[in-house]
Design a binder for this molecule. Structure first.
Ligand code: GLA
Length: 387
C-alpha cells in the first residue's frame, strides 16, 4: 500500500470504529539497518535508514481520560484510562502504542491533565521481518501525542520514549537504534547514530542518485526479541565488558582484542569481537560512502555478515543462503539486518539487476526446501511525520 492508501484506510476505519473524523494522521516508517548490529545497547555506532513502508495512526483527542486503540490487523478495541497505564497493565500488540503514552509520562511529560485519545492503526510494515514494525508503531504514536498534546519534544527524546515503551511495556530488552532510525531518517540518506551520546548525523547514501537499489529478502523465519537469543547476546556483551573492566564494549578498541582473547572465555571473546569490529565497520562504511561512493561498501557488508554468522552466531541457514545467493548473483553487498535469528537480509544491487537477483534467491530457497521468501525493494526515506 502507498502512504495515501494507508491514510485513507486509517480514516475509514477510524470512522467505523470510533465514529467521526480523526484530528489528524501521523505516520512513521519502518527501518532497515545498513550496518551496526547489536552495537546499540553496547553504546556503539549504528547506521540504519528509514524505509518506504509505514505505520499510520489516525488520532483524536477525547473529552475524558480514556485511551482507546484499534488496529486494521486485529479485531476489537483496547481501552485503558491514562491513570491506569503501567507496564504490568499492558500486553499484546497495543502495549507498543499504550506503552509510548506511559513512557512519555516516565520521561518528564505531565500526564495529569492530558486528554484521552482515540487511535486507529494501519500498517504495511511486515510484522516479524526485522524491519521494525514495532518502532514504526511507537514512532507514529510518539509524533501524534507530541503534536496533539503540544509537548514540543525533540526527536531524540521521542526515540527515548519509544525505547522505554519497548523495554518496559513490551518487555523486549532492545537498544535505541530502531526508534532513532524511524524518527530521524531522511530521503536517500542513512542515520549515523552514536548510541552513547545519542548524537546523530545524516549521511547521504546516494543509492537512488547512483542507480542502486536495496532488495529486502524476508526469510519468513520468525524472530521474537522478547525471548531467547537477543537477551542472551546482550548478557554475553555485559559479561565481556565486565571481564575487561569497562562499563560498555564501546570502550574496547580493535587493538584491545588481543588482550581480550587472553582474559575472556572463547565464546564471550567472539561475542566481544563482533561488537568491537562492527563498530569499526560502521565508521568505515560512512567513510567509504563519503570518499568512494556506495559501490565501495560491499566488502564491509560481507564482513559484517560473516561476523554475525561466525562470532555473534545470530544468523540462520535461510539468511546465509539469501546473502550468499545475492552476492553470487551480482549484488554489490549483502548481509542480514536487524536482531537476527530469522527476519530479513538486505542486498545492495544495481537497479537493473533487481529482478534477476531476486529470482535467483527464490530459486535457491526452493532448491534448499526452504519456505518461499518475500523479496521487495525498499527506498531510504523520510522519518516519522504528520500526513
Ligand atoms: C533489534 C533491536 C535493536 C538492535 C538490533 C540489532 O532490531 O530492536 O535495538 O539491537 O536488533 O542491531
Amino acid at each position: 500500500m502507498t502512504r495515501p492508501e494507508l491514510a485513507t484506510a486509517a480514516t475509514d476505519a477510524f470512522a467505523r470504529i470510533h465514529g467521526g473524523a480523526p484530528d489528524g494522521l501521523w505516520s512513521s516508517p519502518g527501518r532497515v539497518n545498513l550496518i551496526g548490529e547489536h552495537t546499540d545497547y553496547n553504546e556503539g555506532f549504528v547506521f540504519p535508514f528509514a524505509i518506504n513502508r509505514h505505520t499510520v495512526v489516525a488520532a483524536r483527542l477525547r473529552d475524558d481520560r480514556m485511551v482507546r486503540v484499534s488496529s486494521g490487523l486485529r479485531d476489537g478495541v483496547e481501552e485503558v484510562a491514562i491513570d491506569d497505564l503501567a507496564p504490568d497493565a499492558l500486553g499484546g500488540w497495543s502495549a507498543y502504542a499504550l506503552g509510548v503514552i506511559w513512557a512519555a509520562g516516565q520521561l518528564g511529560t505531565d500526564l495529569s491533565e492530558a486528554r484521552g485519545l482515540d487511535l486507529h492503526v494501519e500498517s504495511d510494515v511486515p510484522l516479524g521481518a526485522g524491519l521494525s514494525s514495532s518502532a514504526a508503531l511507537e514512532g507514529a504514536v510518539a509524533v501524534a501525542i507530541d503534536e496533539l498534546w503540544g509537548l514540543g519534544l525533540d526527536r531524540r527524546t521521542l526515540a527515548r520514549i519509544g525505547r522505554l515503551a519497548e523495554n518496559e511495556a513490551v518487555g523486549a530488552p532492545t537498544g535505541i537504534m530502531d526508534q532513532s532510525a524511524v524518527l530521524l531518517g531522511q530521503r536517500d540518506s542513512g542515520v549515523l547514530l552514536d548510541c552513547r551520546s545519542l548524537e546523530s548525523t545524516i549521511v547521504p547514501l546516494a543509492f537512488e542518485a547512483q542507480g542502486l537499489a536495496v532488495l529486502v529478502i524476508d526469510t519468513r523465519v520468525e524472530h521474537a526479541h522478547a525471548n531467547g537469543g537477543y537477551a542472551e547476546r546482550r548478557a554475553s556483551c555485559e559479561r565481556g565488558a565486565a571481564g575487561l573492566g569497562v562499563s560498555s564494549l564501546r570502550d574496547v578498541a580493535v587493538d584491545d582484542l588481543e588482550r581480550a582473547e587472553q582474559v575472556l572465555d572463547e565464546e564471550t571473546f567472539r561475542r566481544v569481537r563482533h561488537i568491537v569490529t562492527e563498530n569499526a565497520r560502521v565508521l568505515a562504511v560512512v567513510d567509504a560512502l563519503r570518499d568512494s561512493g556506495p559501490r565501495s561498501i560491499g566488502p564491509l557488508l560481507a564482513e559484517s555478515h560473516a561476523s554475525m554468522r561466525d562470532d555473534f552466531e545470530i544468523s540462520v541457514p535461510e539468511l546465509d543462503l539469501a546473502v550468499s545467493t545475492a552476492v553470487a548473483a551480482g549484488a554489490i553487498g549483502s548481509r542480514m539486518t536487524g536482531g537476527g535469528f530469522g527476519g530479513a537480509a538486505i542486498a545492495l544491487v544495481e537497479r537493473d539487476d533487481l529482478a534477476s537477483i531476486s529470482q535467483r534467491i527464490h530459486e535457491a530457497f526452493a532448491a534448499a526446501g526452504f519456505t518461499e521468501p518475500a523479496t521487495f525493494e525498499v527506498l531510504p526515506s523520510q522519518g516519522a511525520t504528520r500526513v
